[in-house]
Ligand binder design. Sequence first.
Ligand code: CTP
Ligand code: MG
Length: 335
Amino acid sequence: RERKMYMACRNDIHRYDAPFMAVYKSLIPAEEELEKQRQLMAQLENLVAKEWPHAKLYLYGSCANSFGFPKSDIDVCLAIEDDDINKSDMLLKLADILESDNLQNVQALTRARVPIVKLMDPVTGISCDICINNVLAVVNTKLLRDYARIDVRLRQLAFIVKHWAKSRKVNETYQGTLSSYAYVLMCIHFLQLRRPPILPCLQEMKPTYSVRVDNIRCSYFDDVGRLDNFGSSNRETIAELVWGFFNYWAYAHDYANTVVSVRTGSILGKREKDWTRRVGNDRHLICIEDPFETSHDLGRVVDKFSIRVLREEFERAAEIMHQDRNPCAKLFEPY
Ligand code: CTP
Ligand code: MG
């Protein structure tokens, strides 16, 4: 493999700030959509409260982490503190309730890796998945949302990266490429490591938020309103950051030996995580540590074929950012 590392960004990079900002703005969901999501959520809360008065409903995923695109489905978690619930029975019961309230396409998928009920609301046109007690996802959704409040460049960069990943078909976990969640963590990590940093490491600061979920202690500094100047001494703009992100994943990341870790705001060795060899289906060819479930490598879906696809796409993107005359169009050309 040819190893290049572009030390300096092209000198006309700022010409591309405005076009990238335009792409970013075009991807922000309209307020009407958020209102419809709230409307559906209120309806679901009502239905659930009648059957399970102690249950709570939480939004998670892209509709709540501030990295959502227009027309996204919504992900909902029903949280209930009851040790002897049977998830399958509860999902089937929930499906019945939803169906008798005129929600459409109701389906209970009780055998899926994460069992869910799917539905479509004919009034708002929104589709929705409901799972039970996936509280870690609710907590990591909050972490992403809190990071997004610190510096707007995270949201800008992550929207561009997600849009690129969807256009180039490298956002498909069932085909061995990465989840949106993984890409957002890669963006957070990248901004933590800028010099001066654009994002802090919230889990290394004095915790102001702490919950225990599935025996995992999740704590971090969440009073992010006090950090809104954090990145201001770094003046890098969106086009430079997009360039830097792809340059890093194309040429600078040490795939053989390292793990990116938002939890520590640093790069860890695969050795210290014992991720040096294949265990079962986990090959650890690209390693992204989950911030709370630290034994979980979000790169574990990547296999020896898809790692090549992924790295070729990073290189293509880096090449475009380095010298294409119209990077903003070329980057998102459909695969
Ligand atoms: N999630 C997780 N662990 C994973 C994948 C996902 O905990 N390995 C949780 C995260 O809370 C994430 C949510 O599931 O926010 C949804 O994941 P994903 O579909 O990857 O991200 P979205 O933000 O919903 O992106 P998209 O716009 O592509 O739907
Ligand atoms: Mg999603």
